[in-house]
Design a protein around this ligand. Sequence first.
Ligand SMILES: NC(=O)c1ccc[n+]([C@@H]2O[C@H](COP(=O)([O-])OP(=O)(O)OC[C@H]3O[C@@H](n4cnc5c(N)ncnc54)[C@H](OP(=O)(O)O)[C@@H]3O)[C@@H](O)[C@H]2O)c1
Length: 331
Amino acid sequence: MKKISIKSKALIINKIKSKFEGQIQNFYIGELKLNEILVKLNYSSINYKDILVCNGLFWGCRNYPLVPGIDGSGIVIKSKSKKFKKGDSVAIIASDAGSKIPGCFSNYIKIKDIWVNKLTDKLSRKNAMIFGTAGFTAMSIVNQIQKTKKKKSILITGASGGVGLFSTFILSKLGHNVTAVTRKDKNYLLKNGAQKVILLKDLKDNTNLPLQKTLYDICVDNIGGNTLDYILKRITNNGTVYSVGFTNNNSKSSINLMPFILRRTKLIGVHTESLKITERMEIWKSIQAFIKKFGINKNLYKKIKLTKLPYYIKNFDNLKKRGRFLIIIDK
Ligand SMILES: NC(=O)c1ccc[n+]([C@@H]2O[C@H](COP(=O)([O-])OP(=O)(O)OC[C@H]3O[C@@H](n4cnc5c(N)ncnc54)[C@H](OP(=O)(O)O)[C@@H]3O)[C@@H](O)[C@H]2O)c1
């Protein structure tokens, strides 16, 4: 029989016939193996991938029941790893947790050390989770954009979501001219730094022309689909589109090659999960430096309790305004 190391309260997603349902239940965590650590979690947050996992829609997740939650921060309470010791403050983001192995919507997580980042005392566990995978991904793109000093005109789609909102907030604080695209509340994005907000339904191109008047040097695109066709036509010479996600359907795009050839447009894929540990630590440093200089707007996130997660997961895309959800994990 498998030895139990600890009993945890967790959100468990069960597959009942073809339906997926989440409930807070007891979850038993087994003994640590070599190179694993046990973390008592204090905070987590909700990402788009969590919503897919909770609804049985994430391609990489086939085994239910499952504890979702890709993000978590907490304190190491047991370690069989040379890299971590009891008492270390740590964050877990963009890993196998919450899809292939039990995740962070739980009081405790048992996880391989390769997926864990040590936090310095300059970055709190709370702030690490306000950013979470979404804000971390935004910062990884910001660091690319900041390689040249020039202030740029930047389009951000899916702007009320985690990656979009943090891209909007950070890039506007750094002096760029941000146009946000949303299906939701324009004022919310204006308050968080966007200079201009366009409703997604107005981002249409009714012509068949492969190129249009250029408007943006850069785009951070979270939605893909045929919106990406429109975006590519509007990017200035040598401009870049960062392709982060495809919330608006991956199959509807019919990209024309003209912008790539005649305007030397770059389309760069973003994949946080495959960043090396050294790259991850640089991004955490940038987050820490950014927070020190600019702080975090209170309205970028809302605090919720772990026990309230089933409601938020069910209603995620219909919640007004949006931004990030910081999950407070109590005992
Ligand atoms: N590549 C990576 O490493 C990486 C890392 C993190 C996230 N991602 C991906 O990036 C995307 C954003 O992640 P997130 O955590 O920021 O998600 P999120 O908080 O759910 O935000 C996604 C936003 O996309 C827009 N959206 C959602 N469904 C849409 C639809 N059907 N049509 C048009 N717009 C829609 C919404 O913005 P509005 O309501 O403002 O329109 C929503 O707020 C996801 O696809 C996620 O999987 C990728």
